[in-house]
Design a protein around this ligand. Sequence first.
Ligand code: 5GP
Length: 203
Amino acid sequence: MAKGVLLIVCGPSGVGKTSLCDALLESHPRLTMSVSYTTRERRGDEIDGVAYHFVDDAEFARMREAKKFAEWAEVHGNCYGTSTEVIEGAWHEGNDLIFDIDYQGARQLKERYPNATAVLVAPPDFETLEQRLRSRATDSEDDIEIRLAAARYELSQYPLFDFVVENADFDRAVEVLESIYVASRHTRHLKMEWLDTMLGGTS
Ligand code: 5GP
């Protein structure tokens, strides 16, 4: 049973997940980002241990065999995984976690922690998504084509998710994501201990 909010935020590359997560993190100190492990090459301004823990294929395989991952998946030819230690560490600190992961990871985390909250971020349409990917200019033309093809499939996975946030207007999308987080903080399973203690004294 999850001991804090596990807020999974998924959506195609370029949909604005990272900016949405950053905005939420800024105004909610209890919420921390789950830093994943990846075999992908570091991009220009990414800091090891902040954006990702960058590891080589051998290290990733070793961690996988040692069952260090709560979930892992291959995305666009690279491996990405969430360490179980990161999740348990956050709970130990009394923190909630936000995950910027793909749909395969969302599926695995929901299986392992059914109380996790899974959010799908969708673009208003595919033209907008393509524009955003091109303006980001961190990926090659081939990468953009691969990511666009993957986007349609990723969005078709919507039955896995509890909530869908349309990112047409950024501020509005932040507001909606924030409401989902606040509501998740008040789900019954996170309030049971407190209620049982209160009732213990009177029943
Ligand atoms: P990027 O390479 O653009 O940072 O991320 C590519 C994709 O991998 C994104 O959809 C991102 O959400 C996903 N991703 C990042 N970390 C993880 C992870 O730990 N597990 C899974 N399953 N996907 C991840």
